[in-house]
Design a protein around this ligand. Structure first.
Ligand code: NDP
Length: 245
């Protein structure tokens, strides 16, 4: 029996990067996956289906409560449950604090923090009713270290840790766990635009001496989303090659 056989998962921001890696690994583990993204997720869906995955795309902006409600309703009508919510969607709008605009501040808070609030708010009642659920959200190594130009981003990623630890205390009694994954330096579109020298310098700081892959992160999500992780609650799993633990 595969690890997530018979389970229904929502993965936000699943069209590319880490989210696409999570979709792939969860499908390999036997889950039915709803890929949510503002970007078109059809290419990712077709690639995973070609490997036998059970996955479908729903165009959902996590800042839009109406889109979330309609998509949750569709999943409930079709499958009757939602076992796993992976709050992976996130954006960066880097700028040193003195130059940062209100728009750059609020847009990052809106997607990374309020987006997670919106999705969790919509999915949680169904998990409560079922007496089972796994909620895993994307923090970041920069929540703990800070990063130049990321006061907005680091505030959201640190905020998600507080969100997760508090939610864990509230929902544990319903058979639901809330945890976070804090990725380090991962090869995705978010990091690909960085200058070569910055990437090299970053890798030199990582004890395992390589940049992470979306799959490195996806397997951490897989563990926290599994039934076997039922006694792990309010935890932040650092997946960063050993930069910080
Ligand atoms: P990507 O930008 O590659 O993928 C994120 C996906 O989320 C994109 O498809 C993006 O679309 C989508 N998205 C953005 N806004 C919304 C929204 N409002 N609603 C739904 N989907 C949205 O990011 P990564 O894969 O690199 O990162 C994934 C998560 O991991 C993020 O939360 C990030 O903060 C976190 N993380 C990443 C690290 C890294 O090194 N890559 C390190 C630490 C944490 P669009 O392109 O239109 O924005």
């Amino acid at each position: 029996m595969k690890r997530l056989e018979g389970q229904v998962a929502i993965i936000t921001g699943g069209a590319r990067g880490i989210g696409a890696g999570v979709c792939n690994v969860f499908c390999e583990a036997g889950a039915t996956v709803a890929l949510w993204d503002v970007l078109d997720g059809e290419v990712t869906v077709q690639e995973i289906r070609a490997r036998g995955g059970d996955i479908f795309f729903q165009k959902v902006d996590v800042t839009d409560k109406n889109q979330i409600a309609a998509s949750v309703q569709y999943i409930m009508d079709t499958y009757g449950k939602i076992d796993i919510l992976i709050n992976n969607a996130g954006i960066i709008r880097d700028r040193s604090f003195t130059k940062m605009s209100d728009e750059e501040w609020h847009s990052v808070l809106n997607v990374n923090l309020t987006g997670t609030y919106n999705t969790t708010k919509a999915v949680l009642p169904h998990m409560r009713e079922a007496g089972y659920g796994r909620i895993v959200s994307a923090s970041s190594v920069n929540a703990l270290l800070g990063a130049f130009g990321q006061t907005n981003y680091a505030a959201t990623k640190a905020g998600l840790i507080g969100f997760t630890k508090s939610l864990a205390r509230e929902v544990g009694k319903y058979g639901i766990t809330a945890n976070a994954v804090a990725p380090g330096f991962i090869k995705t579109a978010m990091t690909e635009s960085m200058p070569e020298a910055v990437i090299k310098a970053g890798i030199a700081q990582i004890p395992v001496r390589r940049i992470g892959t979306p799959e490195d992160i996806a397997y951490a999500y897989l563990y926290l989303a599994s039934k076997e992780a039922g006694f792990v609650n309010g935890e932040v799993l650092n997946v960063n090659g050993g930069i910080i633990s």
